[in-house]
Design a protein around this ligand. Structure first.
Ligand code: ADP
Ligand code: MG
Length: 723
């Protein structure tokens, strides 16, 4: 059937009728949605909530699923449980609440020529108002048995009024208050018609031909109004290839642009590095040595390094970065060492300055409050110094290493000749941002070393880190003791608390992690019943461990407060530190030997592994307790992986398998249609997209011949930098 006819089978809503969709000849992807007939300001703002501002955005708002309403069953012939579609009139409508959990619902009785059945809509009391007795509906869903016979629970429904009888595969859009699938269809169908044979292709023609992909126009039509399940699949293939191709184009382009810039080739003094390494209280692991070597090789080149050092928690990334810093400083340049928080900056400052003051390297700490300096002249002591003075020293080039938060390179701090930026726990740093960090005025930019403790599954590295060179530390220091991990069900809680108390008696300390959620009214929320951090702190402090010192650390505290708490924890004035999940990556406290995670089932394995990595850093046997009240076999199965593996990369692979790529690629950036997420797991496809991207850029590095591609890549660039 021709597409136009197919689309016409989805006529506009009542209120839309009478307008002529073809009357709008000048629609383009960039046209604001307000110009679409029948979109008033209220719909405009609802669309805006979904980040839909233009016609293009709207057409790229994909259905989340489809219902096949083409085959209906008569009510009397539904005997067994299973999926059915029925067509009938509403006989009665009522509302109520479920007996035990008091969940509000609407209930309708529906009748066709053969019999009656009930359909219950949980949590949708408003439906009773929207539906009318006598109205004819198509209902599709799973039939199940209740005391009152067969019924539907939360079926999909569609009014038949104004709809052709032979309606086929029907798109259902992600649920959003006030925007029904029906309404979206009524807007999108005429739009596609208006734009017929006017939708410009984004992918290069050769790529489409070679890969036998749908054109963009075909794909958009099929994704919204598929003719068949097969054509839907082809549309999804085309659109996910496009998405991945665009991302690779962006990443490869970033890499190319940077490769053309100049940096400072550092003259490496091996003797100094050897001296530093022999000063260390431990031997470097082979993986650390290899990473350090790769970095040094990069630093010797005259274009900027853009390397990511990826290594499990506790794998010893900091010391590798210190080796790089020493090399650059001895080569005559300055280094900026950035961490995501003040607390972490301070920790780095302590560790770095302790190692480097003997090399006659002055190290400054700039956090906004109580800035510090440690230098050879001070014989390794630290001195408080005003921000003004510190900044002055940096500007004059008297200070070669400055540690601090992001503010370090964003604000008024001017370096005399910055040769290296180290970014801890933060991997994305755009080419543009970096070009602001020029060395003097000669346009040369510093080298960049980023570090992260989030292992990425191998299949996803090209997607997530495609613009970076990668060094991996896949080995922990030898003497590190394995953290003993246990899953604790509610029954075993007491026992666990008792054990923790004993550990603290021995002089150890403990972390408690709680999901950061305000106490919720909403019983249906998966977070309901989970402990809010503050309440949990009170409970631990007053009921569970009344004799111990329990403190809270959370993101909303002032930075001075946070630093005080961390300092007290480090100096053992605090026994138990309670914090939400988001707080302070990378904290290194050797005396802490217990990590407790509340609501462990809510987290990904990689994340749990990160938490666990905060203990087991010293000489003591350490423990990780995963508190969970979930009884499902799947949760247990998943958590068990943590008992079996202490390798972040393995766990990341497992996460990918179970939870999909969302945790790793950042759902927000992706807007995440599931089919694209799935496609990301296909390494071959990603590699293909990358090589096509390279091909296009080698012919047309500025994308001058590919306006549309350029526009979309530029908008990706913006998204990444807003992160
Ligand atoms: P991360 O990679 O998580 O940032 P850190 O750099 O903070 O890890 O290192 C964790 C701890 O391990 C630090 O106390 C560090 O001094 C120590 N460390 C680093 N490398 C080694 C090694 N090769 N052998 C023993 N301990 C090491
Ligand atoms: Mg670290």
């Amino acid at each position: 059937m021709p597409v136009a006819q197919r689309i016409e089978r989805f006529p506009a809503e009542e209120e839309v009728r009478g307008s002529n969709p073809l009357g709008h000849a000048n629609m383009a992807f960039s046209t604001p949605v307000s110009k679409i007939p029948n979109i008033g300001s209220s719909y405009e703002s609802k669309l805006k909530n979904l980040k839909i501002r233009t016609v293009g955005d709207l057409l790229y708002y994909f259905p989340s699923r489809y219902e096949d309403l083409s085959e209906t069953t008569s009510i009397s012939s539904i005997y067994s449980e299973g999926r059915y579609t029925i067509r009938g009139k509403i006989l009665r409508i009522s509302t109520g609440r479920t007996l035990r959990r008091r969940i509000p619902f609407s209930e309708i009785t529906i009748k066709d020529g053969t019999g009656e059945m009930k359909a219950v809509f949980l949590n949708q009391p408003y439906l009773a108002k929207n539906l009318k007795e006598g109205e004819e509906l198509l209902l599709s869903g799973k039939a199940s048995y209740s005391r009152e016979g067969v019924q539907f629970v939360n079926p999909y429904y569609e009014r038949t009024k104004g709809m052709y009888a032979d309606i086929g595969i029907t798109p259902v859009y992600p649920e959003t208050k006030g925007l029904s699938s029906r309404w979206l269809r009524s807007i999108i169908a005429p739009l596609l018609k208006t734009l017929e044979s006017k939708i410009q292709e984004t992918l290069p023609k050769e790529v489409i031909k070679k890969k036998q992909l749908y054109t963009l126009e075909e794909a958009l039509k099929e994704i919204h109004f598929p003719r068949s399940w097969d054509s839907l699949k082809k549309a999804q293939e085309r659109l996910s290839f496009e998405r991945i191709f665009l991302l690779q184009l962006f990443l490869v382009k970033q890499k190319m642009v940077l490769g053309k810039r100049k940096s400072v080739p550092v003259d490496i003094k091996i003797k100094e590095i050897q001296k530093l390494v022999s000063d260390l209280p431990f031997d470097l692991t082979n993986a650390q040595k290899k990473a350090a070597w790769q970095i040094i090789k990069d630093l010797e080149k005259d274009f900027p390094m853009n390397r990511l050092l990826e290594g499990d928690v506790g794998s010893g990334k900091t010391v590798v970065a210190i080796i790089a810093a020493l090399s650059v400083i001895k080569g005559g340049y300055q280094v900026a060492f950035m961490a995501p928080t003040g607390v972490l900056s301070r920790q780095h400052f302590d560790e770095i300055s302790k190692l480097l003051w003997r090399f006659k390297i002055d190290v400054g700490l700039l956090t906004g409050k109580k800035d510090k300096l440690r230098s050879n002249k001070l014989k390794g002591d630290t001195l408080e110094i005003s921000r003004k003075k510190l900044v002055e020293k940096v500007k004059k080039g008297e200070l070669s290493l400055l540690v601090g938060t992001h503010a370090l390179i964003q604000e008024e701090v001017k370096f005399k000749n910055l040769g290296l930026v180290v970014l801890d726990e933060q991997h994305r740093f755009g080419v543009e941002q970096r070009s602001k960090l020029c060395l003097k005025d000669d346009g040369r930019v510093p080298h960049l070393l980023s570090m992260t403790a989030t292992p990425i599954p191998r299949t996803l590295t090209l997607t997530v880190y495609g613009d970076l060179d990668l060094s991996v530390i896949n080995e922990l220091p030898k003497e590190r003791k394995k953290v003993i991990t246990r899953i604790i069900s509610p029954k075993k809680r007491k026992e666990a608390y008792h054990f923790i108390g004993k550990e603290i008696e021995k002089g150890r300390q403990a972390f408690f992690i709680c999901p950061r959620i305000e106490e919720s009214e909403d019983n249906e929320s998966p977070w309901a019943g989970l402990k809010s951090v503050e309440k949990e702190k009170e409970r631990l402090d007053e009921e569970v461990f009344p004799d111990l010192r329990v403190e809270l650390l959370h993101g909303k505290m002032k930075s001075t407060e946070k630093e005080k708490v961390m300092k007290d924890f480090k100096s053992k004035k605090i026994d138990i530190l309670v914090s939400p999940s988001v707080i302070e990556v990378g904290i290194d406290i050797k005396n802490a030997s217990v990590m407790v995670i509340e609501g462990a089932e809510m987290f990904g394995l990689s994340q749990l592994h990160q938490f666990r990595g905060r203990v087991g850093r010293g000489e003591f046997q350490s423990y990780c307790f995963l508190f969970t009240s979930s009884h499902t076999g799947r949760t247990k199965e998943r958590l068990k992986a943590l008992l079996e593996s202490d390798n972040g990369f393995q766990l990341a692979e497992k996460d990918l398998e179970i939870r999909g790529p969302g945790d790793f690629v950042g759902k927000r950036q992706w807007g995440s249609p599931d089919f694209t997420m799935e496609a990301l797991k296909d390494r071959e496809l990603v590699e293909e997209a990358r090589s096509e991207a390279k091909e296009v850029l080698s012919q047309d590095p500025e994308l001058k011949e590919h306006h549309l591609l350029k526009r979309r890549v530029d908008s990706l660039e913006k998204k990444f930098h807003l992160e």
